[in-house]
Design a protein around this ligand. Structure first.
Ligand SMILES: C[S@@+](CC[C@H](N)C(=O)[O-])C[C@H]1O[C@@H](n2cnc3c(N)ncnc32)[C@H](O)[C@@H]1O
Length: 148
């Protein structure tokens, strides 16, 4: 194993979790800035060409992990690995953001759903290769159908 260390921190409009949109149909359109630490900014070379990025980050303010829990979208409990719950054994978040522009070590992005000053572990270009017609959405599809 390795000891994870942040490559930077993300600035977002969210000071507390209640202000982050959640639940069915929640839209994540808030803008934020990912500030990459100076020792890693060379790694941003050529990133401007990508419209969207995967951001891997740390749920640094989550509670103890829960293997079963009810997400905000459903009153029924589900296994943590079938949800995007912050309370996971390894508290790692994954968000796809739109890259608006880069200014040196700053990435201006849209679509943040993390708290202000959340540590960022990694960034990768987003390249979707799964055709939408082959995607199955598990229990979420059932909730969406019940709420139509
Ligand atoms: C449902 S999780 C999804 C996060 C990410 N898109 C994912 O799939 O891993 C988003 C929620 O995590 C919580 N959260 C955001 N930033 C956090 C942080 N730094 N520490 C703990 N919880 C956080 C907020 O309640 C937010 O609504």
């Amino acid at each position: 194993m390795f000891a994870p260390q942040p490559i930077g921190f993300v600035r977002t409009p969210y000071q507390n979790t209640t202000s982050i949109p959640r639940g069915l149909g929640a839209k994540h359109e808030a803008e934020g800035i990912i500030e990459i630490l100076p020792e890693f900014d060379l790694g941003l070379t050529d990133i401007e060409g990508f419209s969207h990025l995967y951001v891997l980050w740390v749920f640094d303010r989550a509670g103890e992990f829960q293997l079963i829990g009810a997400p905000p979208t459903d009153s029924r409990p589900h296994g943590v690995f079938a949800t995007r719950s912050p309370r996971r054994p390894n508290p790692i978040g994954l968000t796809v953001v739109e890259l608006l522009r880069r200014d040196g070590a700053l990435l201006y992005v849209r679509g943040v759903d993390m708290l202000d000053r959340t540590p960022v572990l990694d960034i990768k270009p987003y390249l979707s290769s799964v055709p939408s017609e082959t995607l199955r959405r598990g229990w979420l599809a059932e909730v969406e159908a019940r709420n139509k």
